[in-house]
Design a protein around this ligand. Structure first.
Ligand code: ATP
Ligand code: MG
Length: 455
C-alpha cells in the first residue's frame, strides 16, 4: 500500500509546515496555509522515469473525437459536443438547473447507446430517478453511483469505463489522502487533479459540476479553472425561467457561443429564437424601445421600459433593473445637458423585460430613447428602433456587428433604425443585404435621434 504524506504549504511564500497554522511564520500572511499531498511513494522519493518526447508529426490528431449530447444548445456552447478525454466544469448558482441540464444530456446520450455514468454526491438515486421520470420518461440503462471518495470513484470509472461521466458536484468529493474537510480548497484541487488524470488516461469525457460562491467565483479560488479544459457558466435571474449557458474558457471551441434555455416542468428546453422570449409587445407605447443586444455570436431583441415622474423627494431616485446604475445616471445627465430634457428633477425607473441584463454599449441609444419617450409621454414612431453607444458629449457612436443587429431588427418587423453616421456608411460600403423596406436613419447626436424617432 502506498504511503501518503501531506504538508501544509503557504500559498503566498511556499513555506511548508506539517501542521496547519493560522498565520505563516515566514511571510506573516494569515490563512494562507493549504494542505497538499507531497508523496505517494514508500520511502518518499519518487522514481524519475525518463520522459521520452514524441514527434508532433507522428501524433495522430482527430482523437479529440466529439460526442454530441443531443441537447442542441449545450452542444452549441461546447463547440459540437463533449470531447473524449476532456474535462468540462459547469458552474452555476444553487437551483439554476445544473443537475437537470446534465441529466437531460445523459439520458439522451444513453438513448444513443453511449455508456454514461453519474456520480451523484448530492442526490439519492431515488431523487435522480424522480427527476429523470419528470424530464424524460422511458426506459434507460444509465448507471449512477452515490460514492464521494475520489479513490473509489476512480476505481469505478476504471472498471466500468463510461464514455461520459458526470460528477455532481466536485465540492462533495473528498480524497482519503488529505485530512482536510470535503469542499476545502486543498480537497477540491486534489480530487479534480486525480479525476482529470483519469479522464485523460482512460479517454472519458468528464463533466464536473461546481457551485458558485456569492461573489460569482467557483468555490475554491478559481483553482479549478486552470485544471480543466472548458469552463461553462450557467446563469439566470431568480424568478425568471430563462437560462443562459456561456463558455468562459474552451480549449476545444469558441467562447463566443451561448445557449439559451427555458426552464419548464419537463426540464430545460432550448430556445431557438431568443428574441421571442424577451420581446414583450410589438406595440409602440410611451417609454418603450427595443435593444438589439449581442449574446456571444447571437443577436437577441429585448424591450426596455422607462417611467419618468416628477420626484417628491429632495434628491431624485434612479431605480434600474437590467441596466447598470451608473450607465443610467450618465444617460440621464447627457439627456438633461445635451438634449434639453429636464430629467434632473424626476424619479427614473428603468426595466429590461424578461429579466435580461444588458451590458452591451449598443443599448445606450435605445435606453436614452426610452427615457426621452417616457419623459415626453410619447411613443417612438411605429417600427422605429436604434442602436449605438452614447458618449458624454451626447454623440452617437458606432458599435460592432451592426449588420447582424440591424438584420435581426428587420427580421422582427422594425423598419426605421437610427444608427451612428459611421455605422450607416459602413453598412452601405459593405453592401450588406438589408431588406428594401428598411430605412437607416444616420444620426450624430442623441438630440437628433430623439427628434427623428419621437414625434
Ligand atoms: N416539478 C418541477 N417543475 C418545474 N420546474 C422544476 C420542478 N422541479 C424542479 N424544477 C426546477 O428545477 C430547478 C432545480 O434544478 P437543479 O436541481 O437541476 O438545479 P441545480 O443547479 O443542480 O441546483 P443545486 O445547486 O441545488 O444542485 C428548480 O429551481 C426549479 O426551477
Ligand atoms: Mg444539482
Amino acid at each position: 500500500m502506498a504511503k501518503t504524506r501531506s504538508l501544509h504549504v503557504c500559498s503566498n511564500c511556499g513555506y511548508q509546515s506539517p501542521r496547519w497554522l493560522g498565520r505563516c511564520p515566514d511571510c506573516g500572511e494569515w490563512n494562507t496555509l493549504v494542505e497538499e499531498v507531497v508523496s505517494r511513494e514508500v520511502g518518499g522519493r519518487r522514481p524519475a522515469p525518463a520522459a521520452a518526447p514524441v514527434r508532433l508529426q507522428e501524433v495522430v490528431a482527430g482523437q479529440g473525437e466529439r460526442i454530441p449530447t443531443g441537447v442542441g444548445e449545450f452542444d452549441r456552447v461546447l463547440g459540437g459536443g463533449l470531447v473524449r478525454g476532456s474535462v468540462v466544469l459547469l458552474g452555476g448558482e444553487p437551483g439554476i438547473g445544473k443537475s437537470s441540464l446534465l441529466l437531460q444530456a445523459m439520458l439522451q446520450l444513453d438513448r444513443s447507446q453511449v455508456p454514461v455514468l453519474l456520480v451523484s454526491g448530492e442526490e439519492s438515486p431515488e431523487q435522480v430517478r424522480m427527476r429523470a421520470d419528470r424530464i424524460s420518461p422511458g426506459p434507460t440503462s444509465m448507471r449512477l453511483i452515490t460514492e464521494t471518495e475520489a479513490g473509489a470513484v476512480i476505481a469505478c470509472l476504471q472498471e466500468h469505463l463510461p464514455q461520459v461521466c458526470v460528477v455532481d458536484s466536485v465540492q462533495m468529493l473528498w480524497s482519503a489522502e488529505l485530512s482536510s474537510a470535503p469542499g476545502s480548497v486543498s480537497q477540491i484541487r486534489e480530487v479534480t487533479g486525480q479525476l482529470v488524470r483519469t479522464a485523460k488516461t482512460e479517454g472519458i469525457a468528464l463533466v464536473l459540476v461546481g457551485h458558485v460562491t456569492k461573489s460569482g467565483d467557483l468555490a475554491g479560488p478559481r483553482v479549478l479553472e486552470h485544471l480543466v479544459d472548458s469552463v461553462l457558466a450557467f446563469e439566470g435571474e431568480r424568478g425568471q425561467d430563462y437560462r443562459i449557458l456561456r463558455a468562459v474558457k474552451n480549449r476545444f471551441g469558441s467562447t463566443n457561443e451561448v445557449g439559451v434555455f427555458q426552464m419548464t416542468d419537463r426540464g430545460l428546453e432550448g430556445v431557438e429564437d431568443p428574441s421571442e422570449l424577451f420581446l414583450e409587445s410589438a406595440q409602440a407605447l410611451p417609454g418603450a424601445s427595443v435593444v438589439a443586444a449581442l449574446e456571444g455570436s447571437r443577436c437577441l431583441l429585448a424591450e426596455v421600459q422607462a417611467l419618468v415622474v416628477p420626484t417628491g423627494f429632495p434628491s431624485p431616485r434612479h431605480v434600474t433593473r437590467g441596466v447598470d446604475r451608473n450607465r443610467l445616471a450618465m444617460l440621464v445627465a447627457v439627456l438633461s445637458r445635451r438634449a434639453g430634457l429636464a430629467l434632473g428633477d424626476c424619479d427614473v425607473f428603468l426595466n429590461v423585460a424578461g429579466g435580461l441584463t444588458l451590458d452591451d454599449p449598443a443599448a445606450d441609444l435605445p435606453v436614452a430613447l426610452s427615457l426621452a419617450s417616457a419623459w415626453r409621454d410619447r411613443p417612438l414612431q411605429s417600427g422605429a428602433a436604434a442602436l449605438g453607444e452614447v458618449s458624454l458629449t451626447g454623440e452617437v457612436r458606432h458599435v460592432n456587428r451592426a449588420e447582424r443587429r440591424v438584420a435581426e431588427l428587420a427580421r422582427r418587423g422594425y423598419t426605421r433604425v437610427a444608427v451612428a453616421k459611421r455605422t450607416a456608411a459602413e453598412l452601405e460600403r459593405s453592401g450588406a443585404a438589408l431588406p428594401r423596406e428598411l430605412e437607416l436613419v444616420p444620426v450624430t447626436s442623441v438630440r437628433e435621434a430623439v427628434e427623428e424617432l419621437i414625434d
